[in-house]
Every structure is written in structure tokens, then in C-alpha cells.
Design a protein around this ligand. Structure first.
Ligand SMILES: C[S@@+](CC[C@H](N)C(=O)[O-])C[C@H]1O[C@@H](n2cnc3c(N)ncnc32)[C@H](O)[C@@H]1O
Length: 210
């Protein structure tokens, strides 16, 4: 156990896969209360609603599912079946306790997803394309497991989007691998948030596999 409790600041500074496993193992048990509820976290709701509004359907893969907040909103909107993938077995265990996921797939998304190609009609991700977490190099692994025409709804932290070159990565993917790319900006937290990141925003990026 580290001396300081896990928090957003520590999560944004993570570097290696081992760092992620360590921090999220410690955070899993009270992530929903100490982070999501306390900070009025809204990104999972924006992501799930955007997916459904775009016509997204199951089977869906929730990428960097964590404790399953995005999957829970999707399930509430009638979408399923939903699988969860994440690098942290402890976060996945919390997700599976919510009884909304069909399967949990433990994987470092930078190393690919151990699932056959063309498995999913939809892919969602909330809060995982952010500082210290996944960059654009993880996108091909997500596209590989999606079927032709599959709907994607990915949240990408706005500043992370700019600094990590997501615009250029999407431009290249539009060359035959994805189509109907749209993005819009949302606030990550609600009006009850008080911390230094309370006004942070993310893009909700929508596209289909070409
Ligand atoms: C901020 S949490 C977001 C969780 C959830 N989607 C939400 O909106 O609350 C980020 C998640 O990404 C996972 N993660 C970080 N790096 C990863 C990687 N390389 N491969 C797979 N999952 C990763 C972490 O374990 C963590 O559960």
C-alpha cells in the first residue's frame, strides 16, 4: 500500500502498466464513492447516452471498464450483452459484482485484446483515454475486435486529445478503417464537483468501423 490514498492527481501521473495495476488495485474498493460520487463524475453517463443516441447496439465492449459505471448506464438504457475489459483485475471484480456484464477480459490494451476479431457491434470507453492512460496507439486494437459498421463512443480528455495527436490518428484511420467521425465537447464533472479538475472537459468521439 502506498502512503497516500489513490486519487485523480495520482492517476494522471501514471506511467507503466505496473503503476496502473498497483493504483487501481488500491482504488477499486471505493472508486465509486471516493471519486465518482464525491466529484459528481458524469463522463460515463455522457458516453453511454451518446452511444445509444447514435443507434449503438450490443454486443458491446466497455474498454477500460473500471468498476463498470459506463456499463451500468448502458444496461439501464437497455443495451446488452456487454463485456468489460481492463488491465486491473480488482476493478474488473467490482464491475462483475454489478451483475451487468456478460464477461470480464483482463488485458493491457496497449498489447491488444485477447478476443477474436469482429466480435462486437459496439465499443464504448469512458475516462480511460486520459492523462497517464491510453493514447491513440490503442485505437487499432479496439477497431480489430469490432464488426463492420460497429458503433464507437469513446470519451477522450480534451487536453490529452490535443497533446497526444488524436486528430492526426483519426485522420489516418478515416482512410478506410473508420467512417462518420463526429465529436463534441462535454464537462467531465457536474455542478457538485469542487476539486481542481472540476471544469475539465472531454470529447465524446463517435464513429463507425468502415
Ligand atoms: C479512470 S478509470 C475509468 C473507469 C470507468 N470507465 C469509468 O468511467 O469510471 C481508467 C481505467 O482504465 C484502466 N486502464 C489503465 N490503463 C490501461 C491499459 N493499458 N489497459 C487496460 N485498461 C487500462 C484502469 O485500470 C482503470 O480501470
Amino acid at each position: 500500500m502506498s502512503a497516500k490514498k489513490p486519487n485523480l492527481h495520482a492517476a494522471y501521473a501514471l506511467e507503466s502498466p505496473e503503476d496502473h495495476k498497483r493504483l487501481y488495485a488500491e482504488w477499486a474498493g471505493d472508486y465509486d464513492e471516493s471519486f465518482a460520487a464525491l466529484e459528481d463524475y458524469q463522463l460515463h453517463i455522457h458516453t453511454a447516452r451518446a452511444f445509444v443516441a447514435a443507434g449503438g447496439q450490443g454486443p458491446v465492449l466497455d474498454v477500460g471498464a473500471g468498476t463498470g459505471l459506463c456499463g451500468a448506464v448502458l444496461a439501464g438504457l437497455g443495451v446488452g450483452p456487454i463485456d468489460a475489459t481492463d488491465i486491473s483485475p480488482e476493478m474488473l471484480a467490482e464491475a462483475m459484482r454489478k451483475d451487468i456484464y456478460r464477461d470480464a477480459i483482463e488485458a493491457d490494451l496497449n498489447q491488444g485484446i485477447p478476443t477474436p476479431p469482429d466480435s462486437y457491434s459496439g465499443v464504448v470507453s469512458s475516462g480511460t483515454f486520459t492523462h497517464g492512460h491510453l493514447g491513440p496507439e490503442a485505437l487499432p486494437a479496439l477497431i480489430r475486435v469490432a464488426r463492420h459498421g460497429a458503433q464507437f463512443a469513446l470519451s477522450i480528455n480534451t487536453r490529452h486529445y490535443e497533446t497526444m495527436g488524436f486528430a492526426e490518428a483519426f485522420r489516418q484511420l478515416e482512410n478506410g478503417q473508420i467512417e462518420n467521425l463526429k465529436l463534441y465537447e462535454v464537462r467531465i464533472y457536474g455542478d457538485l464537483a469542487a476539486g481542481p479538475n472540476k471544469d475539465d472537459t472531454a470529447y465524446i468521439v463517435l464513429f463507425e468501423k468502415g
